[in-house]
Design a binder for this molecule. Structure first.
Ligand SMILES: [Zn+2]
Ligand SMILES: [Zn+2]
Length: 336
């Protein structure tokens, strides 16, 4: 079968022929339907500190049809369409039993979504209702990551939220903050071309990120933000978010910057800021996203801007390293 293989930092990803996957006892083989390109794919493959080993099959935001079952799998059947949580734990510890393999001491990523077939951990796979497409299924992982993060900020109807950065993570965070009942939400980015999408997903206002951001955001929110959700991941963003948030507020960082960032602890101390990071999800989050999509959260489908073949994936990955207008790019490994 064909799959996108990482060959090392600075080397192009190639589409290679590799052996078909064989399932372990708790795995299923999925015929991949769609796999989204994530900001993490873009950044990890360029980072000497965080790159996967050369030879790794990439792709962790995927959906597909179950075509073979491991010996111990009894919750899925051949023919089921599933959203894949791309990780496995030991299966027996407290975290695994709670549907949260991310926190398992034996957690391992199960990537390979940019391939014709891939393995998935049946214990944390979610069957897609018949009304949902495989594109919807591949949105579940990034949407669950955003949902999980927003939940950690505990928004209430009094919350004033400022979202920094309008990539897929920022836009999805706006949707969930609105869905979870946040009071006021202001979206912010350096360029205004995702303003309409941010408003459609639930933001009350859009403010360009420039020197006047603090004043303009406070004006639109009716005061400084209680919660700043950082979806940028560039050096300096944590310090900026800490300056923007109100005293005793929370900075939620989901941007996942891979470079060292400087912040001044005194700012956090005198404002008593809570600095929270988020980056995973639980099985419950996956179910919640699937249910929301099934109930008609159709605006979220607007996150998908492109659907391309596997052969087009390496060039697209490179082009996403520069400035671009793509939001979520889906790869269909069966498209010619
Ligand atoms: Zn991702
Ligand atoms: Zn475990």
């Amino acid at each position: 079968m064909r799959a996108a293989i990482f060959n090392g930092v600075g080397k192009p990803v190639t589409i290679d022929n590799i052996p078909d996957p064989t399932p372990g006892p708790g795995d299923v083989v999925v015929k991949v339907g769609r796999c989204g390109i994530c900001g993490t794919d873009v950044h990890m493959t360029a980072s000497h500190g965080f790159a996967p080993p050369p030879g790794t099959a990439l792709g962790h935001e995927f959906s597909g049809e179950v075509v073979a079952l491991g010996a111990a799998v009894n919750n899925l059947r051949v023919g089921d369409n599933i959203a894949v949580m791309p990780m496995a734990g030991c299966g027996t510890c407290t975290s695994c039993r709670a549907g949260h393999p991310f926190a398992c001491s034996q957690m391992r990523m199960m990537m390979g979504g940019f391939g014709e077939y891939a393995l998935a951990n049946a214990a944390v796979a979610v069957k897609l209702p018949s009304a949902l497409s495989l594109t919807d299924g591949a949105l579940v992982e990034p949407l669950a990551a955003a949902l999980h993060g927003v939940k950690m900020s505990h928004p209430t109807r009094d919350s004033k939220i400022l979202v920094l950065g309008l990539g897929g993570m920022g836009l999805a965070s706006i949707y969930w903050a609105r869905h979870l009942g946040a009071g006021k939400i202001v979206a912010s980015a350096r360029s205004p071309w995702r303003e309409a999408m941010a408003l459609e997903l639930g933001a009350d206002a859009f403010v360009v990120s420039n020197d006047e951001l603090a004043a303009r955001a406070a004006e639109a929110l009716g005061g400084p933000p209680d919660i700043v959700i950082e979806c940028v991941g560039m050096p300096g963003i944590l310090a900026q978010a800490m300056n923007l948030v109100r005293p005793r507020g929370m900075v939620l960082s989901v941007g996942g910057g891979l470079e060292a960032d400087q912040l001044v602890p005194f700012v956090g101390m005198y404002k008593e800021i809570c600095l929270q990071f988020a980056g995973a999800y639980s099985l419950d989050d996956f179910h919640e996203v699937v249910d929301a999509l099934d109930r008609g959260a159709l605006a979220l489908r607007g996150l998908v801007t492109d659907t391309l073949s596997l052969d087009a994936m390496p060039a697209m990955l490179e082009s996403l390293r520069g400035s671009n207008r793509q939001c979520k790019v889906m790869i269909n490994p069966w498209m010619t």
